[in-house]
Ligand binder design. Structure first.
Ligand SMILES: Cc1cc2nc3c(=O)[nH]c(=O)nc-3n(C[C@H](O)[C@H](O)[C@H](O)COP(=O)(O)O)c2cc1C
Length: 191
């Protein structure tokens, strides 16, 4: 680290290289409200408390999943392995505004109608505990984990595996009141 003193001296290039090197695992977050289903690929996620157990995921304000999630109480958190690349492409490369993702995969309704993806057997259903908006392009959704399934630790799908997936929505897009969205520059990926 070159200069410990100046926190305002943000070096985006080094920060981005560090984040890429960490090569975060990828999940799919699903939810439903008033029979409207939603889900997207998420790279911003982590356990965030031990007692009580909590798990945080960050949803982009540009996403359909964010808008449905704002009205939902339950969320499915699906941990992907390398055999789920097609699901990552479906949920990360497309928006529900353009295709019905749930018509292209097998799923089963869980608590409160939250869609659970049949092929992803490492997952839990979480109940919303907090929805925190720091004013940036993502909100932090804090979940209390409930029913969980764990079927062994095998080759997790990571950020580098998804390098070719072009996000359905750029994080800097903003929704308009008429339901459309305004595209910003495509300079940044969500993660
Ligand atoms: C590698 C990768 C990581 C992503 N990480 C996130 C994330 O952490 N949070 C998020 O809300 N969107 C993230 N996205 C973007 C959404 O998955 C994507 O824009 C999706 O098409 C939105 O779908 P929706 O509009 O149906 O919700 C990521 C996309 C990719 C390709």
């Amino acid at each position: 680290m070159s200069d410990q003193g100046d926190l305002d001296d943000f070096d985006r290039e080094t920060f981005s290289a560090l984040m890429a090197a960490i090569d975060q695992t990828l999940i799919i977050v699903t939810t439903a409200s008033h029979d409207i289903r939603a889900g997207c690929l998420v790279g911003f996620h982590a356990q965030s408390s031990l007692e009580p157990a909590e798990y945080a995921v960050w949803l982009s304000k540009a996403n359909h999943t964010y808008r449905v999630g704002a009205l939902s109480e339950h969320f499915g958190v699906h941990f992907l392995t390398k055999e789920h690349h097609d699901l990552a492409e479906l949920f990360g490369g497309h928006t529900q505004e353009e295709i019905d993702k749930f018509a292209h995969c097998d799923w089963t309704p869980g608590p409160d109608g939250v869609p659970l993806l049949d092929r992803v057997t490492n997952r839990f259903v979480g109940r919303r505990r907090a929805w925190l908006d720091p004013g940036s392009d993502h909100v932090c959704l804090v979940l209390a984990p409930g029913v969980a399934d764990h079927s062994g630790d095998v080759g997790w799908l990571r950020l580098a595996d998804a390098a070719a997936i072009d996000a359905g929505h750029d994080a800097e897009e903003r929704q308009r009141p008429d339901g459309g969205s305004s595209k910003g520059s495509r300079a940044t990926r969500p993660v």
